[in-house]
Structures are given as structure tokens and as C-alpha cells.
Design a binder for this molecule. Structure first.
Ligand code: C2E
Ligand code: MG
Ligand code: MG
Ligand code: MG
Length: 277
């Protein structure tokens, strides 16, 4: 009796694993098709300073699938990473970011950040491809910033630092994304040629339970001492923003201010802000 039950359980598990594998495979195939068409669009989440002025933005990829509807990055970025498609996708993101910066002058949008996955960052051709994208578009390289996560540096710190130095030579900005949830030690932070630190959203959310107040204060202090620009991501309330501002955070990004917007809506938001300023 117990044996049959065990088998039934095992069998019950297999089809769902199978389903997951098929789902993933389909997603990968669809992603290839998406790359050929124009289903992958970069959206833009404005970032503001303490006075509420738009001082930059983050490019966030959106996939409008013809049948599935909007597919979120948490679903397709891991698939893109594993399949290697992230390299072509990353190129697409770079091109769309440079184009957005070309269409907006520095007064409208001073800076734009894009996310770089570990697999992209580790490519021998990576630095050159960033350089080519900037050259083709003719933008001021300091207006583009690359966000990397702590996952990038655990493999080979020396190589990571070298790649980052090469990127600094091109003139782009460098940010560490999702800070605090990865593996980085404080000594790494000191050795990396970073311009900006982004406090992970999870700490900002926890501010409401006042659990993470001390952690956030400490991160801001360390970042400021290292002369990094401090950005809080996932700011969803005035209370969070006030706490962050009074503790020295420079830049704010979150639904309280703006959601990620398609390019035209970004332009409208910028015009709105400038006409009321
Ligand atoms: P991330 O780089 O940390 O991006 C911030 C994420 O937080 C975005 O999610 C953004 O929509 C979300 N967010 C911003 N403000 C708020 C807020 O107030 N509340 C909440 N709950 N969320 C907020 P999104 O767009 O779903 O992207 C998720 C992750 O996918 C990104 O995290 C990034 O790691 C990755 N990703 C997105 N676009 C790209 C891309 O072009 N290339 C690569 N390699 N990764 C990307
Ligand atoms: Mg990011
Ligand atoms: Mg982030
Ligand atoms: Mg995050």
C-alpha cells in the first residue's frame, strides 16, 4: 500500500517537472523569435534627487509576448542567461539605451543606467561592444552607466577590477546594483572603481517595520565615505523617502515617484517636471 502511494507521489511530481521543462524550452524558443522582431522594449524608470528633479533613469527590459502578454524580467532574464541569449539581448538593450540618450539632451536626462548580467560582463568582447555602441551613437559616455551585481565579482575579483578599469577608460559610469543581498565584502567595495551604489529594494521595504533602519543608515554612511553616489531603489512611500533623505541618500527610484515608462511617457514625465520647476 505504502509502495503504491510512494509511486503515485513520484509520478505526480514528474509531470510537473516535465511541464516546467517544456515551459522553459518554449520560453527560450519564443525569446529567440522576440529578438528577431521588436517584442523586447526598453522601458525607463526616472530617478529623482532630494528636490524631486529627474536626474537620471534606469532602463528596464519589457517583453510584450504576442500570446503570453507582458512577460516580466524575473521570468525571462534567467532563461536568457542560461541559454546565452542574454548576449544578443544585452546588445539590444545597449542600442536602445544609447538611442534614448541620443534623443534626449543632458538637460532633459542627464544619465541612464542599464543592467549588465554576469554572463555579459564576463565576455572577452564586452568592453569593446560597449565602446562601439557609444561611438556609433555619439553620446557622451559619462551619460551611460552600467549596473552590475555582486554576483559578477565573486568568480574573479582581479579580472572584474580590470574590466571595470577598462570601462572607466571608455568613460561610462559604474554602479553596484542590489547592494547588500550578495556576497561582496566591504574590502571589495573599496577596491572597485565604482561611481554609485544602489541599496537593494528589500532593505527599503523593511524600513516600514523599522527592522532595517540601522542597516540602511550604515550602508549610506559607508557609501558616502567611499565617495559613491547613493541610490535607493524601490521607494514606495513618502516615509521611506523622508527617512532616506534625512540620512544622506542622494537619489531615489521607486513607484512613489515613477514606474518604469515607455520612451514617450518618459519624455512626457520629463517635460511635466521641467514645466512645474
Ligand atoms: P533591478 O535592476 O534591481 O531593477 C529594479 C527592479 O525594481 C525593476 O523590476 C523595477 O521595476 C522594480 N521597481 C522599481 N521601483 C519599485 C518599487 O517602488 N516597488 C517595487 N516593488 N518594485 C520596484 P523589473 O523591471 O521587473 O526588473 C527586475 C530585474 O530584472 C532587474 O532588477 C534586473 O536585475 C533585471 N533586468 C531588467 N532589465 C534588464 C536588462 O535589460 N538586462 C539585464 N541583464 N537584466 C535586467
Ligand atoms: Mg538595476
Ligand atoms: Mg537593483
Ligand atoms: Mg533589486
Amino acid at each position: 500500500q505504502a509502495k503504491t502511494e510512494g509511486r503515485a507521489k513520484a509520478c505526480g511530481y514528474l509531470p510537473s517537472m516535465h511541464t516546467a521543462a517544456v515551459w522553459r524550452l518554449n520560453l527560450e524558443q519564443d525569446l529567440r523569435l522576440a529578438l528577431e522582431g521588436d517584442q523586447l522594449q526598453l522601458h525607463f524608470q526616472p530617478q529623482v534627487d532630494g528636490d524631486g528633479r529627474i536626474v537620471g533613469g534606469e532602463g528596464l527590459l519589457r517583453w510584450l509576448h504576442p500570446k503570453r502578454g507582458m512577460v516580466q524580467p524575473v521570468e525571462f532574464i534567467p532563461v536568457a542567461e542560461e541559454s546565452g541569449l542574454i548576449l544578443d539581448i544585452g546588445q539590444r538593450v545597449l542600442d536602445q539605451a544609447c538611442e534614448a540618450l541620443m534623443r534626449l539632451d543632458a538637460r532633459q536626462l542627464p544619465r541612464l543606467s542599464i543592467n549588465i548580467s554576469p554572463r555579459q560582463f564576463g565576455q572577452p568582447e564586452f568592453v569593446a561592444s560597449i565602446g562601439r555602441g557609444i561611438e556609433r551613437s555619439g553620446i557622451d559616455p559619462s551619460r551611460l552607466q552600467l549596473e552590475i551585481t555582486e554576483g559578477v565579482m565573486i568568480d574573479n575579483l582581479i579580472e572584474t577590477i580590470e574590466t571595470m578599469r577598462d570601462l572607466k577608460r571608455i568613460g561610462v559610469g559604474l554602479a553596484i546594483d542590489d547592494f547588500g543581498v550578495g556576497y561582496s565584502s566591504l574590502s571589495y567595495l573599496k577596491r572597485l572603481p565604482l561611481d554609485e551604489l544602489k541599496i537593494d529594494r528589500s532593505f527599503i521595504q523593511e524600513l516600514d517595520n523599522s527592522n532595517d533602519e540601522a542597516i540602511v543608515q550604515t550602508i549610506i554612511t559607508i557609501a558616502r565615505n567611499l565617495h559613491l553616489t547613493v541610490v535607493a531603489e524601490g521607494v514606495e512611500s513618502a516615509a521611506q523617502r523622508d527617512f532616506l533623505l534625512s540620512n544622506g541618500c542622494h537619489i531615489f527610484q521607486g513607484f512613489w515617484f515613477f514606474r518604469p515608462l515607455p520612451f514617450d511617457a518618459l519624455v512626457a514625465a520629463i517635460n511635466d517636471c521641467q514645466s512645474t520647476a
